[in-house]
Design a protein around this ligand. Structure first.
Ligand code: NAP
Ligand code: ZN
Length: 363
């Protein structure tokens, strides 16, 4: 018998309602899953809202060759809910509190990355879904569910002034755009580009604007122009228009690229000023072609960024509380999730779907 089996038998389990994909081509459908009873360091959360990230769609359709999907797959890593039970060693939460969970539910806690608050880079980190589950065996199951049990360290506090449906997407779209902006020191007076106005992109616009930057949105969707300006952009460029693009050559301090599909990143590298940086957060599977000369000239840099650590996620939530920032959401019942995936794959969402998990009760 494996250690995981032994552990699961020495502790209780319960059945939770969820939505799962049975395969890469299957629609999401109702399923009953096993959750562990909360252990001494665990927090059990009744899920109220869960955002739909494009990563959920990549993962459900098994579009990432480096991270094959294990089925059934219960996605969801933008979770907000109400604490229903806590373990005896939990100090920061009590039943009834509002709490949030993002993309991470565990890490080893000892390595240099964990010690530095960069749990997302821990060799042994556990994603909220599709990671090996050390408690129950199999893989972890995400937030398209009525409840979840998570180690206290990975549970976040939600500022009381924030709307909960719009807070859920902060747990991935929010931290993924906030973290690189802090790392690359986006501040007042910097010129910042945001490529792709989807879930991540619209959060990037809100953060860059709140940090005092001059914000330019690059979009393939002319019908998003008005929204981009309303969200805080100072200028909007239709990226298919070469003339509009050339107006900005060599002028950006920082560009964040949130595009979920293959596209030419060299055109954006050309827009950077000396020592400017292009950070990729979008995650298409196919490798990009990068022009060496584009980087050499002006000593530009190209980098990536993955969500953010737990302390920084709390910092981002507190920043949102202070500046009254939440995602713009379309609230849907879980029964509409497959329709939402179709729309997301066509870049047709304003600007994040947030699932009202009360709808799962009637399932
Ligand atoms: P999303 O809401 O679908 O937004 C993506 C946007 O990219 C679209 O709204 C569209 O914006 C643009 N776009 C789509 N297809 C395009 C194409 N063929 N050419 C040019 N632009 C295109 O997705 P999301 O949830 O923001 O996620 C975006 C990407 O980030 C996904 O790949 C996701 O997996 C990844 N992600 C990464 C992290 C991380 O930690 N690095 C975290 C979360 C998500 P316009 O209509 O404005 O052109
Ligand atoms: Zn995500």
């Amino acid at each position: 018998m494996s250690t995981a089996q032994l552990r699961s038998e020495s502790r209780g389990q319960y059945e939770a309602k969820a939505y799962a994909a049975a395969g890469a081509k299957s629609p999401l459908a109702p399923i009953s899953i096993t959750r562990r009873d909360p252990g001494e360091h665990d927090v059990q959360i009744e899920i109220l809202f869960c955002g739909i990230c494009h990563s959920d769609l990549h993962q459900v359709r098994s579009e990432w060759s480096a991270m094959p999907t294990v089925y059934p797959c219960v996605p969801g890593h933008e979770i907000v809910g109400r604490v229903s039970k806590v373990g005896s060693a939990v100090t920061r939460f009590k039943p009834g509190d509002i709490a949030a969970v993002g993309c991470l539910v565990d890490s080893d806690g000892n390595c240099p990355e964990c010690q530095a608050g960069l749990e997302q880079f821990c060799q042994h980190m556990t994603f909220t879904y599709n990671s090996p589950d050390v408690h129950l065996g199999g893989v972890t199951y995400g937030g398209y569910s009525d409840s979840i049990v998570v180690k206290e360290h990975f549970v976040l506090r939600v500022p009381s002034n924030l709307n909960l449906a719009g807070t859920a997407p902060l747990l991935c779209a929010g931290i993924t755009t906030y973290s690189p902006m802090r790392h690359w020191r986006v501040t007042k007076g910097k010129k910042v580009g945001v490529v792709g106005l989807g879930g991540l992109g619209h959060m990037a616009v809100k953060f860059a604007h709140a940090l005092g930057a001059h914000v330019v949105v690059f979009t393939t969707s002319p019908n998003k122009k008005e929204d981009a300006l309303r969200l805080g952009a100072d200028d909007v460029v239709i990226s298919k228009d070469a003339d509009q693009m050339s107006n900005h050559l060599g002028s950006f301090d920082f560009i964040i690229d949130s595009v979920s599909a293959e596209h030419d990143i060299n055109t954006y590298i050309q827009l950077l000023r000396p020592d400017g940086n292009l950070t990729l957060v979008g995650a298409p599977d196919k490798p990009y072609a990068v022009s060496a000369l584009g980087l050499l000239f002006k000593r530009r840099s190209l980098s990536g960024s993955l969500i953010g650590g737990i302390a920084e996620t709390q910092e981002m939530l507190d920043f949102c509380g202070k500046h009254n920032i939440t995602a713009d959401v379309e609230i849907i019942p879980i029964q509409k999730v497959n329709e939402a995936y179709e729309r997301l794959s066509r870049a047709d969402v304003k600007y994040r779907f947030s699932i009202d998990m009360a709808s799962l009760k009637s399932q």
